[in-house]
Design a protein around this ligand. Sequence first.
Ligand SMILES: Cc1cc2nc3c(=O)[nH]c(=O)nc-3n(C[C@H](O)[C@H](O)[C@H](O)COP(=O)(O)O)c2cc1C
Length: 367
Amino acid sequence: MSAHASSPATTYRVGPVSRELTRAAAAALHAPSFLNTQPWHWRITHDTALLYADRRRRLGILDPTGRLLVLSCGAALHHACVTLAADGVYFEVDALPSDGDPDLLAVVRHRGAAEPSTRAQRMRRAIHSRRSDRRPFADRPVPEPAIERLCVAARRTEARLQMVWARDLGDLARAAGEAADAQLADPEYRAELAAWIRSPGEGHDGVPVDTLAALGARPVPVRDFSAAGAAATITSRVDIADRQARYGIIVTDGDGQHDWLTAGVALSAVLLTASAEHLAASPMSDLVEHEVARGTLRRMLGGVGYPAIAVRIGVPAPGEPPHPAPRRPAAEVIEVIADEIVDPARGPADGRTDDGNRPPGVGPPAR
Ligand SMILES: Cc1cc2nc3c(=O)[nH]c(=O)nc-3n(C[C@H](O)[C@H](O)[C@H](O)COP(=O)(O)O)c2cc1C
């Protein structure tokens, strides 16, 4: 027997389980993220998807603790889980496994087949239609049952959605004003914001100017991107925009990494549900970036829990929805490690996959 014939053949194969996880990670590319930084990295090996924080994409001035980065990753995690549930995959999530890598935020394990969830399928459809809609809302009230469904969606996670009472709107407006005054006076803030604003069609990340709304009068001011030199293109046809807007606060029990990840999961659940309910919404993190504003939010909550992020919710204005913000290419964000299959019955190792491709490199995550 020749030496060649006796050595086992190694082939590489991306099996159906890895493919399902990869599809979920690809759907998670559409998750909302802070200034569209998309600060995540997926590593798929056989039946496991590892979600890493890409901390090179953290905003040093706006997000010094990384809270909004982890929150963004939580939204991506939820998008992936919705996709798996919609596809009829039974899976388990281990959040912040203590394996010594502080960037490893979650491990998703494929555990076989399950009945596809119709609720998840509805949410999955919303993954593609959802936008951060910064346009002034229509002058129509948000139906109360829809608001209740948003709260239920958040309650299915470990966080909750606390709607702001009408009596607290003055405080909320003051908090937004305080945050804006302090942030806009800071040249470093303006420079960092400007660095993430893009011309339409430019690049794979950042906030395109054609998704930004001109300021105008609003009872609760939204983040002023124009101070960073962005000429917003969406204008309001009403004197006072957002008169019927509702505001919710995602609240967590604590204020650590696990809570931030949970808040991102809840944010995604609320935004996808809002989209499925044909509502418009946009996150407002300026209210938690500035400590004084965050303190106001905490007082509004009666000191119970921690405000992770605020959401503005309304009936969408008539007309075309905002353009989709760009996304990073899947190949940059998702790393798939092929299964190595050793078959002693076959010829010498040729290092090819079963569909003729060279195997993806096995190594540390390219983050
Ligand atoms: C943690 C977090 C904070 C955000 N903060 C704001 C904000 O303060 N103002 C805003 O207009 N959009 C905010 N957004 C929305 C992002 O800018 C938006 O998700 C991103 O640009 C991608 O666009 P898309 O949501 O339309 O897909 C935030 C999103 C996340 C996840």
